[in-house]
Design a protein around this ligand. Structure first.
Ligand SMILES: Cc1cc2nc3c(=O)[nH]c(=O)nc-3n(C[C@H](O)[C@H](O)[C@H](O)COP(=O)(O)OP(=O)(O)OC[C@H]3O[C@@H](n4cnc5c(N)ncnc54)[C@H](O)[C@@H]3O)c2cc1C
Length: 568
């Protein structure tokens, strides 16, 4: 659809924007900035901070769909400080919430439901070593980064979702449109109605994290993924527990692979990090290229907790928080072109995560820093839009891109040969040849095309939840503090409602009811109807990625809705 653009300046110089789709004409309030940033995660905030450090005169705004900065942030999180050090060389003096150093580490191979053994650390691919890294709450780090940004004069608008870009007649992005507020389920205006606003700027940075809705649209509009491998994803499910002091080892980190995922030819890995106050965070990342539609990543995680090696840790423990989010892990082969007319895709919106390290925060921050340098130069040269094209070269020279290249074969080799053989290959490729072997593996099959018909796959009978270590989805979602205004249009949009009864149910027994970790999709009643409980959505984006027909589009709900993770 063509957006009609008409800028009008009033007597006092304020800009009003009249626009609309086809015949509908709407007058929008506008605000103008030098740089508009979508997403207050590590990449967006690092870009904002660096921009203001380089030129305090620039007007920079950051939009965040969470009710506050950090509300939607979920991460392990083991943190490499390299980018933070570049941003704030004196970060240790600034009360930065990065203080718990990794004290010891172990990697486990889970053979089956009863056996697990440690793997010698010397056999683990080097990027997975964590000496010198910190265990942090990424939510708290983002809050701290937001404070630093505001001190520098960045405007941060939490509770505002960007729903699409605004383009000019030359098909160049000139800003974003925020979502409307106060629309009921049927699409009628409520008393609380607030129209969308336009935030306009010569430069727009898209920093939405993995599978951003605007990034997805831009990648398609500008064919930014032409000639690249499809992006690949994992679904990370994480919990925070308070455990008995005698089971706790402050600063200890443990990664694992094998069971339970290996039982169904699925790959991914687990993590357990011991943080302050006798708490641990533990999680399981399930690669979303699995074939068996009966797999439920949520239930795989519940099984994982029943392994004796994990169960003994949780003896007498209390679960505090639950959350889920996808990660983009395809590596540099899957990285789309990060530059588009009028802006850049940064961090996990593009896919800068280092899968071998299972870390994406430091590389996301670095992409923001490099973007700021290019944008600053562009403004100095008085050609901010044109100069953006230089970003690709700038980022490719950075240490972040170089480390992505070294580990480029990690994810595809695991996809090809499984965790054990793929891990062994990665040890040779990365530890012995430092990523210099003259070939690059590819995985050309997008995650939504890997599912096999349900009748051809083994049925999986997951055990009943015990309510002690394993729990049902509603009680888990409760611990994510998820909250949405109920009377609003469903933000999970089906392109064609008949796909459910024609394809998804008969062929795949509707996999959404199993891959969604929040119980959003249910098949109910004798006549087997699809029910979408949108208010449960924790914004993980798994449905947008894994639906076999790509019939589900995740769109941002009314701003402020979603999980409210407390320092996750
Ligand atoms: C379970 C799990 C464990 C992980 N463990 C680690 C780890 O140990 N170490 C590590 O380094 N990395 C880890 N990662 C990866 C790391 O979290 C990401 O690489 C990093 O957060 C990416 O930063 P980002 O700025 O690109 O995106 P994000 O951190 O995802 O931030 C994006 C922000 O944008 C907001 N947003 C999105 N769309 C919109 C919109 N349309 N309008 C307004 N706001 C919007 C979101 O609410 C969010 O606040 C883990 C990830 C997961 C899911």
């Amino acid at each position: 659809m063509l957006l009609i653009l008409n800028l009008i300046r009033d007597d006092v110089g304020n800009t009003k924007f009249q626009g609309g789709y086809m015949s509908e004409q709407i007058e929008y309030e506008t605000m103008e900035f030098d740089v508009v940033i979508v997403g207050a995660g590590p990449s967006g905030l690092s870009a904002a901070i660096k921009l203001k450090q380089l030129n305090n005169e620039l007007n920079v705004v950051v939009l965040e769909k969470g009710s506050e900065v950090g509300a939607h942030i979920i991460s392990g999180a083991l943190f490499e400080v390299r980018a933070l050090e570049e941003l704030f060389p004196n970060w240790k003096e600034l009360n930065c919430p990065v203080s718990l150093k990794v004290s010891s580490e172990q990697t486990m191979w889970f053979d089956d439901e009863t056996h697990a053994k440690p793997v010698a650390q010397s056999l683990i691919p080097k990027p997975m070593h964590n000496k010198g890294n910190y265990i942090i709450s990424l939510g708290n780090l983002c809050k701290w980064l937001a404070e630093q940004a505001e001190n520098l004069g960045v405007e941060i608008f939490p509770g505002f979702s960007a729903i699409e870009t605004v383009k000019d007649k030359n098909n160049q992005v000139i800003g974003i449109k925020t979502g409307k507020m106060g629309i009921d389920k049927q699409g009628n205006k409520k008393d609380s109605f607030v129209e969308s606003m336009l935030l306009l700027a010569p430069v727009t940075l898209i920093c939405e994290g993995a599978r951003g809705q605007i990034a997805k649209q831009l990648i398609s509009d500008y064919k930014l993924d032409k000639g690249r491998d499809p992006q690949h994803f994992g679904l990370g499910i994480k919990e925070q527990w308070k455990i008995k002091p005698e089971n706790h080892k402050l600063g200890h980190v443990e990664h694992g692979a094998g069971w339970p995922l290996s039982e169904n030819d699925c790959t991914g890995g687990s993590f357990v990090y011991h943080i302050e106050d006798n708490q641990i965070v533990l999680g399981l990342i399930t690669d979303l290229n699995y074939a068996n539609p009966h797999i439920s990543p949520y239930d795989e995680f519940q099984r994982f907790k029943q392994h004796p090696h994990i169960k003994q840790l949780l003896d007498g423990a209390q679960r505090l928080v639950y959350g889920a989010r996808t990660i983009a892990k395809g590596g540099p082969q899957s990285l789309p072109k990060m530059h588009f007319p009028g802006g850049l895709l940064l961090g996990c919106s593009a896919g800068t995560l280092n899968a071998a390290k299972i870390k994406g925060t430091h590389t996301a921050m670095k992409s923001g820093i490099e973007a700021a340098i290019v944008i600053h130069d562009g403004f100095k040269l008085d050609k901010p839009v044109k100069h953006l094209a230089f970003f690709t070269h700038q980022f490719s020279k950075s240490w972040a891109y170089k480390e992505l290249i070294i580990q480029r074969n990690f994810a595809p080799s695991i996809h090809k040969w499984g965790a054990w053989l793929g891990g062994a290959y990665s040890f040779i490729d990365i530890n012995l040849f430092k990523g210099k072997l003259p070939w690059t593996f590819h995985d050309k099959v997008p995650d939504h095309l890997t599912l096999q018909p349900a009748d051809r796959c083994d049925q999986i009978q997951y055990a009943k939840y015990d309510g002690v270590i394993s729990f049902d989805k509603p009680s888990s979602v409760f611990l994510s503090n998820t909250n949405h205004e109920e009377d609003q249009p469903c933000h999970l949009v089906l392109t064609d409602v008949s796909v459910f009864s024609k394809i998804n149910l008969p062929l795949y027994h509707e996999p959404a009811q199993r891959y969604c970790p929040a119980g959003v999709y249910e098949v109910v009643g004798e006549d087997q109807k699809l029910q979408i409980n949108a208010q449960n959505c924790v914004h993980c984006k798994a449905c947008d990625i894994k639906d076999p027909t790509q019939n589900i589009t995740w769109t941002a709900p009314e701003g402020g809705g979603g999980p409210n993770y407390p320092g996750f």
